[in-house]
Design a protein around this ligand. Sequence first.
Ligand code: CTP
Ligand SMILES: C[C@](O)(CO)[C@H](O)COP(=O)(O)O
Length: 244
Amino acid sequence: MRAEPWLVVPAAGRGRRMGADRPKQYLTLAGRPVLAHTLARLHAAFPAARLCLCLDPDDAWFDPAWVPFADWRWVAGGAERADSVANALAAIADEAREDDLVLVHDVARPCVALDDLRRLKQALDDDLVGGLLAAPVADTMKRDDGAGRVAATEPRDGLWHALTPQGFRHGLLARALAAAADAGVAVTDEASAVEALGEAPLLVPGRRDNLKITHPEDLALAGLILAAQASAENETAPAGAAER
Ligand SMILES: Nc1ccn([C@@H]2O[C@H](COP(=O)(O)OP(=O)(O)OP(=O)(O)O)[C@@H](O)[C@H]2O)c(=O)n1
Ligand SMILES: C[C@](O)(CO)[C@H](O)COP(=O)(O)O
């Protein structure tokens, strides 16, 4: 087993599509803020990891008591997700080595399974490019004509949903995000920045229930997923076993 990865958690979004009275990472899910769930999952998988959390300094809802990591720092988020991640990479640049693995995970994905986190890390330990959790597309894909009607049915073979975490070496990811920013290209995930350098990130199949809470209905769905995961865990765990 290699060293624990660095964790970067972009949590500076505004949650515009959620339309709540506060950013979605501060909404309550199964009795705790979304942010607390997400950090607890990451900590269960990587208890000794070093964390850099991207926050909006004006978010008065944030409580450091929700951070279970012993070694963590926060950094101000940027205008877009990629800017927040770039700020985090810059903030840890003095401590991180060029080839240290950095796992970037959306705060809005609190249902990520421990097994997926561990398998991703294992898959990336010896992969110099890096990669991401992803799930094959299961629905028939339609392209619209711009006026609400179907223009074409697109082949779904080989199409995957990009999930998080996405993991890359610190040096490569910092260069990739800087190159995208310099070129004025908006990237919505780390992998697309690395792809633009001509690299081919590894697709690591992940669970479909690694939902990104985005729209209002997603909060209840995430609650159901967490409950189902807890009950599956109870069914398989020996009596008296604690979460590992
Ligand atoms: N400037 C930004 C924008 C987004 N994020 C984070 O990136 C992740 C994915 O973004 P998304 O789901 O789009 O979240 P929001 O930007 O909050 O949502 P919306 O686009 O609806 O405003 C979230 O964890 C979000 O907090 C961030 O750290 N900094
Ligand atoms: C990174 C991501 O979660 C991969 O699916 C996604 O791109 C972030 O969502 P956004 O709406 O583009 O911010």
